[in-house]
Design a protein around this ligand. Structure first.
Ligand code: AMP
Ligand code: ZN
Length: 114
């Protein structure tokens, strides 16, 4: 499950389509969301293709992704807070089926989410 040739995020990892990269690690990539929903809106993805969080069974890998997201929020100066979101499946509002963590910040969030 290393790569899906039809997956837009795999293409970003492969450098086949452009993205505004903000951070890279051995196993993850972070880039700006193309349709920002907040002043800061970034995505953290594993370089390998996993369709969603239920398919990624590696606790260390999952931990690294969340640490990267938290570090990035800190590096971006989101001192007042931020939100991490992992949309999963149709009811979860997932539209790109390559696991990703949204980092949203720079404005107050509302609850409950839509
Ligand atoms: P989700 O609905 O949780 O699957 O989120 C997918 C996110 O990917 C959306 O917020 C999109 O705006 C974002 N997105 C889709 N294509 C790209 C792209 N080429 N570069 C950056 N972000 C993208
Ligand atoms: Zn993919």
């Amino acid at each position: 499950m290393a790569k899906d040739p039809n997956c837009i995020f795999c293409k970003i990892v492969a450098g086949e389509i452009p993205a505004k990269l903000v951070k890279e690690g051995e196993n993850f990539l972070a880039f700006s969301d193309i349709n920002a929903q907040a002043p800061h809106h970034m995505l953290v993805i594993p370089k390998e293709h996993y369709p969603n969080i239920t398919e990624f069974r590696d606790a260390k890998g999952l931990g690294e992704l969340f640490l990267a997201a938290a570090d990035l929020a800190k590096e971006k100066g989101l001192k007042e807070g931020f939100r991490l979101v992992v949309n999963t499946g149709a009811d979860g509002g997932q539209t790109v089926f390559h696991l990703h963590i949204h980092i949203l910040g720079g404005r107050a969030m509302t609850w409950p989410p839509g």
